[in-house]
Ligand binder design. Structure first.
Ligand SMILES: [Zn+2]
Length: 156
């Protein structure tokens, strides 16, 4: 298919413009410390770092047996096309006053596990164990108040 003279002229001016751009880019890159060469150096170092990270990761995975070299080669042959990890669904809304731990489990405001009191043997919720033990072992503010009351009652 033959080009019309006007199309040829346009193609020529386009190519000339591209050549001028490449020449200018080359000149900019030859200027050490110039913006262009610094930018290219920065991108190059980032890409180098990413490549070495991936290489180290694959090397470690194969060495530790987490990954198989045949699997890696198979993935590379398929364009490295791994599916992006699925976004986990949002946790259900949580009732007011409850908290969520790092795994998304709902944590009750006080620990509800049953603990046996070593003093009286009663089962107490873990979140209430410390105040119970204080009372039970006769320590703490309330127990000493009770003891003071008993002492003053004896003195009367
Ligand atoms: Zn007790």
């Amino acid at each position: 298919m033959a080009l019309k003279p006007s199309q040829l002229a346009f193609e020529k001016s386009l190519l000339e413009e591209r050549l001028r751009y490449v020449k200018r880019l080359k000149e900019d890159l030859e200027q050490e410390g110039g913006t262009t060469s610094q930018m290219v150096a920065a991108y190059t170092s980032i890409i180098d770092e990413i490549i070495s990270d991936v290489a180290l990761e694959v090397h470690r995975a194969v060495q530790t047996g987490v990954d198989d070299l045949a699997d890696v080669q198979h993935r590379l042959a398929n364009g490295g096309g791994s599916q992006p990890p699925a976004v986990p669904p949002l946790p259900p809304p949580v009732a007011k006053g409850s908290m969520i731990d790092v795994f998304g489990n709902v944590v009750p405001p006080i620990a509800l596990d049953q603990v046996a009191c070593p003093s009286c043997g009663r089962k107490v919720a873990a979140g209430r164990f410390a105040p119970h033990l204080e009372k039970c072992m006769g320590r703490g503010r309330q127990a000493s108040r009770n003891a003071n009351k008993r002492i003053s009652a004896m003195q009367d």
